[in-house]
Design a protein around this ligand. Structure first.
Ligand code: UFG
Length: 332
């Protein structure tokens, strides 16, 4: 099958392109390099030794999208392209609503014009509210805490409405928990511009000596060691979930929602200690104030994806910390 991947040069997108190529799919990538670089495309070629097609452009631009669909006989679309910095979305909500929603509407309209109806959407666990119980299931109440999360929720709603309007659409909403780690080659991984907001890229900057110490945001949470607990998932496992979702849409109609997580929670202190142990490096840290908006603990119930997609996260937290470090070490 020929799969269009928007944001295919990004962190999760690039790992998904690798898995698609390795499983024999043809791939067309669209990216505008707003948060990635052309080097990633060379690295994908080095890892897979396979060919793919690339178009540089903006997914909001319908004329551009029409030109891509006219040239390529697309079967399915995986839509990653979008802004993703929580803090920036609070400071500049219009930028987030405009870009993330506009791009998705343009893409869906152009798909409809070209009679392409299989769509996998990159959603997030941040669509859920603060959970009363754990693990989190797909039918838990939805209540994001920031504009970025609302763009994901609004797009989910648009896709639900679209699926109700016409049963020709086959849609998978994938709610990611916390992706970390990197491809085992160390060629692609997560390397954000500027100071990282997320914990793992920050730990990596400390582990490679670029920063002095990790700032642990609070150690008085209601968790085993007092630091925040999340469901970290290896980005390669996450990428494989997309291949299963593409297969699933070929034989299942309508809209489906899946949590992609491991079902296991790990604390910030565990991440630091495991990174030190598996890589034989020092990761100094200091305990700081809580970050506003953070919650104590959450992790997925991934059983629906296990059952329906035949997908299960296989890599453990040690694999994640090791692969993240190999990439960081090679690319710092
Ligand atoms: N943390 C620190 N120090 C840091 C950064 C984070 O202690 O420098 C802590 C946080 O307090 C939290 C944990 O590390 O307890 C994880 O924080 P991240 O910022 O890495 O991740 P979040 O769980 O806050 O959010 C991430 C993405 C969201 C996404 C969500 C999905 O940023 O976009 O996961 O679960 F929606």
């Amino acid at each position: 099958m020929k799969i269009l991947v928007t944001g295919g040069a990004g962190y999760i997108g690039s790992h998904t392109v690798v898995e698609l190529l390795e499983s024999g799919h043809e791939v067309v990538i669209i990216d505008d390099f707003s948060n990635s670089s052309g080097e990633v495309l060379d690295k994908i070629s080095m890892i897979t030794d396979k060919e793919f097609v690339f178009y540089e452009g903006d997914v909001c631009d319908k004329n551009f999208l029409e030109s891509v669909f006219a040239k390529e006989n697309i079967d399915s679309v995986i839509h990653f392209a979008g802004y993703k910095a929580v803090g920036e979305s609070v400071a500049n909500p219009l930028k987030y609503y405009r870009n993330n929603i506009d791009s998705t509407l343009s893409l869906l309209e152009v798909m409809d014009n070209n009679k392409v109806y299989n769509f996998v959407f990159s959603s997030s666990a941040c669509v859920y509210g603060v959970p009363d119980t754990l693990p989190m299931k797909e039918d838990f109440p939805l209540s994001p805490t920031n504009p970025y999360g609302y763009t994901k929720l609004f797009i989910e709603q648009i896709l639900k409405d679209l699926s109700h309007s016409n049963d020709k659409w086959n849609i998978a909403l994938l709610r990611y928990f916390n992706p970390i780690g990197a491809h085992e080659s160390g060629l692609i991984g997560e390397n954000p511009n500027g100071v990282p907001n997320n914990i793992m890229p920050y730990i990596m900057r400390v582990a490679t000596g670029q920063y002095d110490k990790v700032h642990v945001f609070g150690n008085d949470y209601d968790t085993e060691d007092g630091t925040g607990v999340r469901d970290y998932i290896h980005v390669v496992d996450l990428a494989k979930g997309h291949i299963k979702a593409i297969d699933y849409l070929n034989s299942n109609d309508g809209l489906s929602i899946f949590n992609l997580g491991t079902g296991i929670g790990h604390s910030v202190m565990e991440l630091i200690k495991i990174t030190e142990k598996v890589n034989d490096v020092a990761v100094p840290y200091v305990i700081d104030e809580r970050r506003p908006g953070d919650i104590d603990e959450y992790y997925a119930d991934p059983s629906l994806a296990n059952e329906k997609l035949g997908w299960k996260a296989e890599k453990d937290i040690e694999d994640m910390c090791r692969d993240a470090y190999i990439f960081a070490f090679k690319n710092n």
